[in-house]
Write a protein that binds this ligand. Structure first.
Ligand code: C5P
Length: 289
């Protein structure tokens, strides 16, 4: 999380994430699923700008599809920090969205994590990563990961996070079709695997920086239910099989896909080809450092 603190404002960049591996290990009594997932932050960012305000919270967002009321994850993060810290200072927040919403790119979760980090700095709270992680988990399953970026394995509901080594820079093309999928619905339709795919080979490939092996290890258990629920996504998935890359996969619960490429040039070339097919927004990104 990149924080730039000035006298009258604080700027934070909130990165998108992709899941290189996502396995569902079981259904829990609380309705959530037990997961094992490997996540990496990538160079597509929302920006949060904080300023002092007379009272309350004024939240402004550049994406009109996103509500700015009390259920916005950024507003919930502010409420949470206020409750925990006892601070009640007024705040004006401008959220500049670049990360597509409902795409499985973790935009809302990253914004929430960025808000926690920004307020920790803005109000000199000096909270530990453990505390931020615990608070983040109250806001959403993907939030804790962002305190352990750029690469980590998350388990449980997503709240047990361990950073993992990333031995190389990953070059990716993100393809974001104009389709929003409900995370809850995708999870409801997942079939529990008889034999879960182990995370070890992906972690070893990441640590060793073996991009071709990372491509071979890509796995997302949620891709099958998501494409079954959404025929246009199944079409995208089919065309992804022909992309000139080391591997392509849906991220999170969808609807975005990513292609892993050997280098930046190949990613640019593939992006051009995909753009000519008008399947959605296409971004060339790299893993964050
Ligand atoms: O935690 P979050 O609000 O992001 O999760 C959204 C929905 O995704 C949950 O309500 C749940 O239906 C599903 N989910 C799940 N298991 C997880 C994470 C999310 O079933 N580990």
């Amino acid at each position: 999380m990149i924080v730039e603190r000035q006298s009258d404002r604080c700027l934070v960049q909130a990165p998108a994430k992709v899941n290189l591996h996502l396995e569902v290990l079981g259904k829990r009594d609380d309705g959530y699923h037990e997961l094992e997932t490997v996540l990496v932050t990538v160079s597509l960012f929302d920006t949060l700008e904080l300023r002092q305000h007379a009272a309350g919270l004024v939240l402004e967002c550049t994406n009109p599809r996103l509500g700015t009321g009390s259920d916005n994850l950024v507003a919930r993060a502010v409420e949470l920090v206020r409750g925990e810290s006892g601070r009640s200072d007024g705040l004006a927040v401008k959220l500049t969205k670049q990360i597509p919403i409902q795409a499985g790119l973790g935009g809302g979760s990253s914004d929430a994590a960025a808000m926690l980090v920004a307020l920790d700095q803005w109000w000199n709270l000096r909270w530990s990563t453990e505390r931020l992680t615990e608070l983040g988990a109250r806001l959403g399953s993907d939030v804790p990961f962002f305190f352990h970026a750029p690469a980590a394995v998350a388990r449980g509901r997503g709240e047990r996070v361990v950073a993992c080594p990333l031995g190389t820079t990953l070059h990716l093309v993100l393809v974001c079709p104009p389709l929003g999928l409900s995370t809850a619905k995708v999870f409801r339709n997942v079939l529990m695997p008889a034999e879960p795919v182990a995370v070890g080979p992906m972690l070893a490939a990441l640590a060793g920086g073996d991009v071709a092996e990372i491509g071979r290890c890509l796995h997302n258990r949620l891709q099958t239910p998501a494409t079954a629920l959404c025929p246009p996504l199944a079409e995208l998935c089919q065309s992804a099989a022909a992309w000139d890359c080391l591997g392509a996969l849906m991220t999170g619960s969808g609807s975005a896909f990513f292609a892993l490429c050997e280098n930046a040039d190949k990613a640019q070339r593939l992006a051009q080809t995909i753009r000519s097919r008008n399947v959605g927004n296409v971004f060339v990104v790299r893993s964050c450092t």
